[in-house]
Design a protein around this ligand. Structure first.
Ligand SMILES: [Zn+2]
Length: 258
């Protein structure tokens, strides 16, 4: 048994954090949030230096694009945004497109996944690309991207039919890095991140075992609420693991079986 002590303040850090209107990032969002979580931003591809993500998300997105040989057809459009950039985007969307459109497609500053460096807006390369609602249809190379995304830890974050849960309109172009095996489990069960976190929060004490789409692969996933200053996490000790905060006052522990 391996015992770890984590600073409870880190429950807002990690690749599984839920960020939405009910669960905003802490006050010091954006770059400061990344500093606090000891995360750095890197560019996804050299030809688009303005599109940046957390290192693990940028690397996996690049691997996915390389796998599809898709660089000429689709491109990352918008990754990390600072708190100030999100404020400016929200204000300009309000002025240009009105309240209904903005509430549907632009997250409130502090509540945007783009401030985490874990979200990416993708676009089909066309002569004109709409910066807020880029085309990313359910066919051709975009659909191939969508279908392969979970293998690289990405989910389509705002699907049709779940708008009342996510609080955001259907966005075929917005993908979120949650890592492995979570992206595959979320896809397989047809959930959105809000529903998945609810499921994981039930997986306390001893964890819940999930079978993965790959034969013979199992993971144990459990949830530990953060306590005052430090949270003690007990691992089984000899298997690979990862730990992420949930931005809801707790930690998700993922331990690979065997
Ligand atoms: Zn987006």
């Amino acid at each position: 048994m391996l015992k770890l002590k984590l600073s409870s303040a880190k429950s807002c850090c990690g690749t599984l954090i839920l960020v939405n209107q009910q669960h905003p990032l802490p006050d010091n969002a954006g770059q400061l949030h990344l500093d606090k979580c000891a995360e750095k931003l890197v560019q996804v591809m050299p030809k688009l230096p303005q599109v940046q993500m957390q290192r693990i998300a940028a690397c996996e997105l690049m691997r996915l694009l390389n796998h599809l040989h898709a660089e000429q057809q689709i491109q990352p459009l918008s990754g990390f945004r600072s708190h100030q950039e999100q404020q400016e985007l929200y204000a300009s969307a309000l002025a240009e497109h009105g309240e209904d459109f903005t509430k549907k497609y632009v997250a409130l500053p502090g509540c945007s996944e783009h401030e985490t460096g874990l979200a990416i807006d993708m676009a089909l390369i066309l002569p004109q690309i709409d910066p807020l609602t880029p085309a990313f249809p359910y066919e051709g190379i975009c659909q191939q991207f969508r279908e392969a995304a979970a293998n690289y830890g990405f989910i389509e974050r705002y699907p049709e039919g779940k708008e009342n849960i996510t609080g955001i309109g259907h966005e075929p172009w917005h993908f979120r890095y949650v890592g492995s095996p979570h992206a595959a489990l979320i896809n397989e069960q047809g959930l959105v991140l809000e529903e998945y976190m609810e499921l994981l929060h039930l997986a306390t004490s001893g964890g819940k075992i999930f079978s993965l789409p790959l034969p013979g692969k199992k993971v144990q996933i459990s949830y530990i609420p953060a306590t005052d200053n430090e949270t003690i996490i007990q691992l089984r000790g000899n298997t690979p693991y990862s730990i992420s905060g949930d931005n809801m006052g707790g930690f998700i522990i993922t331990e690979w079986e065997g």
